[in-house]
Design a protein around this ligand. Structure first.
Ligand code: AN0
Ligand code: CP
Length: 318
């Protein structure tokens, strides 16, 4: 594997899950693979899980790790070519990226949607500049349109907990006070559509995701109907994608919050969320604390998804 930004980069999903379960059973089996190799993790945005789990995965593989929070201590970066740089940004991404590449063997990038231009976000301008100019393999730690390490961990978690071959998985929008990217739901949909599960997306009108991510999923505007018979409920907030409301909060309707009453409509479903989660906006205390909540094992599987991706990238460098 060279770069990892979408489900297509992982190849056969069954093989990937099998490899993940092997890695999980024996995390240190490849501890020489990363010897004298350096991972550089670049964060344009905050993180708890991605930062820790990816670093842990790299350490399991024997890598050295350097972490840079671009907005804390580094020079503010200009990202547009052709700009007269007389403002507040002393350095251009076009120099910074190859310089960063010169200090490492593999680069992870977190760069959320900026909501300044839908076209720039959906063209993945930032991570693509790393791919083009760093000279190194690059993987996404959540880019503008996708969060593939999360979706891979979600898939592993579902495979570990499913009791039927084709579970019903429901992705539901839930309320949140701030405008969040579509990356997590886009990516989750992309990975679920690559399985043979029954996959349903539910959200209020106006929150339609980009058609290339919805694919053949059933879209059901009635959340109660969508939840009927669900085996897994995956909650997430996202801001509007459709024009003219791109990046806007259209509703904070707490009728969409996942409560015990909502979960009673399901087939005793497991509850999932990528975290961080706002309690009693997205999900009630009762549901997230219930024995059917998978949020902690799901987060723990982030170490495993990152380790499979890093292992495959390192194998490509040998
Ligand atoms: C981010 C998002 O929704 O994309 C990161 C989730 C992993 N969440 C927040 O900013 C709260
Ligand atoms: N789920 C996830 O990516 O969490 P962080 O934003 O804390 O990394």
């Amino acid at each position: 594997m060279r770069n990892f930004t979408t489900v297509n980069d992982i190849g056969n999903l069954q093989d990937a899950v099998k490899e993940a379960l092997e890695v999980k059973a024996n995390r240190f089996a490849y501890k020489h693979l990363g010897e004298n190799k350096t991972l550089l993790m670049i964060f344009f945005n905050s993180s708890l899980r991605t930062r820790l789990s990816t670093q842990k995965a790299a350490l399991n593989l024997g890598m050295n790790v350097i972490v840079l929070d671009v907005n804390q201590g580094a020079w503010k970066l200009e990202t547009e070519r052709g700009v007269i740089m007389d403002g507040d940004k002393p350095e251009h991404l076009l120099e910074a990226v190859p310089v960063m590449g010169s200090y490492c063997d593999v680069i992870g990038v977190r760069a959320f949607a900026r909501f300044e231009s839908k076209a720039d976000d959906y063209e993945e301008k930032i991570i693509n500049q790393f791919i083009q100019y760093s000279g190194r393999p690059v993987f996404s730690m959540e880019a503008a349109t996708r969060h593939p390490l999360q979706s891979f961990a979600d898939l592993i978690t579902i495979e570990e907990h499913k009791t039927v071959a084709r579970p019903k998985v429901v992705l539901t929008w839930a309320p949140h006070p701030k405008a969040l990217p579509q990356a997590v739901p886009n990516s989750f949909a992309e990975w679920m559509n690559a399985t043979d599960y029954e996959f349903v997306i539910t959200h209020p009108k106006g929150y339609e995701l980009a058609p290339e991510f919805v694919g053949n999923a059933r879209v059901e505007y009635d959340q109660d109907k969508a939840l009927e018979g669900a085996d897994f409920v995956y909650a997430k907030n996202w801001s509007a994608y459709a024009d003219p409301n791109y990046g806007k909060v259209l509703s904070t309707d707490r009728a969409w919050t996942i409560t015990t009453e909502k979960m009673a409509l399901t087939n005793n479903a497991f509850f999932m969320h990528c975290l961080p989660v706002r309690r009693n906006m997205i999900v009630s205390d009762d549901v997230i604390e219930s024995p059917r909540s998978l949020v902690i094992p799901e987060a723990a599987n982030r170490e495993i998804s990152a380790q499979v991706v890093l292992k495959r990238i390192l194998e490509g460098l040998q």
